[in-house]
Ligand binder design. Structure first.
Ligand code: FEO
Length: 165
């Protein structure tokens, strides 16, 4: 069994991961609309990863005999003023997500819920990677600046991304 406080926090995190998936899917549609297909592909895979993260939390709740509560997912923006603005938003969002994972981890510690603490370790590690890849993306877009050729090469590079976890 899982205590109510942790159950509710995990449900909240599940919602945040679904919101993340929405954000990245919306970014994917935005990049598609400006013909940056590689960026669109990268964002779409990111949305799939986020869905995977929410399902990890979903499965964990069920395993611990918790109750899954699917609440309304906040709508993401539909467009951004530039590729850089979208990528900066992605990084900002990942930083928020890291904060929330840390809050969840602290709750697990306070409740002596070692199973949840061990489970959350995967998310702590994942967030390091998530922030690093979003940050790298921002820096690469900054390097390209207004150089359409550089943006085109970056777009091709991002188009090669493969789905991981
Ligand atoms: Fe599920 Fe991008 O963190």
């Amino acid at each position: 069994m899982i205590v109510n406080k942790i159950e509710s926090a995990i449900n909240k995190q599940m919602n945040l991961e679904l919101h993340s998936a929405y954000i990245y899917l919306s970014m994917s549609a935005y990049f598609d609309s400006i013909n940056l297909d590689g960026f669109a592909h990268w964002m779409r895979l990111q949305a799939q990863e986020e869905l995977g993260h929410s399902l990890k939390l979903y499965d964990y709740l069920l395993e611990r005999e918790g109750t899954v509560e699917l609440t309304a997912v906040k709508a993401p923006p539909a467009e951004w003023k530039s590729p850089l603005a979208a990528c900066q938003d992605a990084l900002k969002h990942e930083r928020v997500n890291t904060k929330q994972i840390n809050v969840l981890m602290e709750l697990a510690f306070a409740a002596n819920d070692h199973a949840t603490r061990v489970f959350l370790q995967w998310f702590v590690t994942e967030q390091v990677e998530e922030e690093a890849s979003a940050s790298k993306l921002v820096e690469k877009v900054k390097l390209a600046k207004d150089d359409k050729g550089a943006l085109f090469i970056l777009d091709q590079e991002l188009g090669k991304r493969l789905l991981t976890e």
